[in-house]
Design a protein. Structure first.
Length: 452
């Protein structure tokens, strides 16, 4: 179905892909793993025709025996669907139903067929309740569900998933791949998954490929990542929340949340997509008009400006593009530091995050994972007492997860982070705040396992 022959590609000076050879047949389920920045996403874009007319390439990519460059892009897109790493990059309408209808209407399908496919695709990703929602009101995980559903609805012959589990809870991840397994049995659809958290899907694949420095090699197995269990001695109480509630219109998202947190703690925030985790963090920055009390170092933040709160609380957004302001990596890393008139060894943070080599590069040219690390060092640079991280490990291989945690744990901050990976949570978090139906359950160390 797809045959890649001696394919190389570069955006600018350096080759990102080097002599790639890979054959994907009908019904294949291929896992492509590798470190951040090794060329995985570039390969996905090349296979799907997104790089046409950009950069320099050698070799060829064939789909059904024909060079992908010889297809009309519209025809290729009907056959090869791509779920991108950042769902916001492919959502182009304001309503969920419109989003799923968009490609189907362009395929000139009838109204009944469109409605049938929308219902089917939403049921696969467990998003029937989102059918009438505005896309801008969705959480990151919900947006990822809709991006996946919009591609499934087209019923392409090949689906490429670029880190599909990055913003999804484990249950939804398994549900989606169980359904894809069933689809493959009936239609011989080929699936390519680019993923760091490959343990979730290894039982489905029949081919494993490892990307390293732009080169691809088929392997029989992968080494499972391990993290060293790390704990710090807690200090004084730094955060107190009393009866916190918040609603979006008539939909109550947070319900009577009360808890305390201490200096040096690392607290994981977990739960299914759309259960209020990001909303909770936004309340801690006073972005939203909540009810109840939030005290930082004993002071109520309700009437405080966010610009003042930001001196004590650093917030890393779910989407790294939402907090990049400058024209170079170095200027971006120094942005908060200079605004708050503090001093820090930025050079050390750039080296530690493996971004020093890009210091003069436009940050929007970085990979998704590299942007995320840049966000983190820009916050670490001014050493806030509390650090809020909304899914900081999207796009990170396990070595970069370790680097991020090493940097975070060097200071005496309180860390609250939204994540879906239980292996990371067990290694670094002393407590888990588990969100369900707007309420929380606090799980202490030793009381949480993946089955919870």
């Amino acid at each position: 179905m797809i045959k890649i022959e001696n394919f190389s590609y570069r955006y600018e000076k350096n080759w990102v892909l080097k002599d790639i050879n890979l054959e994907i047949k009908e019904g294949d389920f291929v896992l492509i793993a590798g470190k951040s920045g090794s060329g995985k996403s570039t390969l996905a874009l090349a296979v799907s025709g997104f790089l046409r007319g950009k950069g320099e390439k050698r070799g060829k990519i064939l789909f059904k025996g024909k060079n992908t460059d010889d297809y009309e892009l519209f025809d290729l897109a009907k056959s090869i669907g791509v779920v991108q790493q950042d769902p916001e990059n492919q959502i182009c309408t304001l309503n969920v139903t419109d989003e799923l209808s968009f490609a189907l209407e362009n395929m000139c399908l009838g109204k009944e067929e469109i409605e049938k496919r929308i219902k089917w695709a939403l049921s696969i990703v467990g998003a029937e309740n989102l059918k009438d929602r505005n896309t801008f009101s969705l959480s990151g995980g919900e947006k990822q569900k809709i991006a996946i559903a919009s591609i499934l609805a087209m019923k392409p012959e090949v689906i490429i998933f670029d880190e599909p589990t990055s913003s999804l809870d484990p249950k939804v991840t398994l549900d989606i791949f169980n359904v894809i397994k069933k689809i493959r049995k009936k239609s011989d659809i080929a699936v390519i998954v680019i993923e760091h958290k490959w343990e979730y899907i290894k039982k489905y694949v029949n081919k494993i490929a490892l990307m390293e420095n732009g080169r691809l090699e088929l392997v029989k197995t992968l080494q499972s990542p391990e993290y060293k269990k790390t704990r710090r001695k807690t200090g004084k109480k730094i955060l107190e929340i009393k009866n916190l509630e918040f609603s979006y219109g008539n939909r109550k998202v947070l319900k009577d949340i009360t808890f305390e947190a201490y200096e040096n703690e690392v607290i994981g925030i977990m739960g299914e997509n759309g259960t209020g985790k990001t909303t909770f963090l936004m309340c801690l920055m006073n972005y939203l008009d909540y009810s109840g009390k939030i005290l930082i170092n004993g002071n109520d933040i309700k009437n405080k400006k966010t610009s003042k709160i930001a001196r004590e609380v650093g917030f890393i957004f779910q989407n790294p593009n939402h907090q990049i302001f400058e024209s170079s990596v170095l200027r971006e890393a120094e942005f908060a530091l200079k605004n708050f008139k503090k001093e820090e060894n930025i050079d050390y943070l750039l080296k530690k995050s493996d971004l020093k080599k890009y210091e003069n590069k436009n940050p929007f040219r970085l990979s998704y994972g590299e942007k995320r690390r840049l966000n983190i060092i820009s916050i670490l640079s001014y050493d806030p007492k509390i650090i809020l991280l909304d899914e900081p490990f999207i796009g990170q291989d396990h070595e970069n997860v370790k680097k991020i945690m090493e940097m975070l744990l060097e200071k005496n901050n309180l860390i609250l982070m939204v994540l879906h990976d239980f292996k990371i949570a067990k290694s670094y978090c002393s407590r888990i705040i588990f969100f369900k139906d707007g309420k929380i359950k606090i799980l202490k160390e030793g009381k949480y396992e993946p089955c919870d």
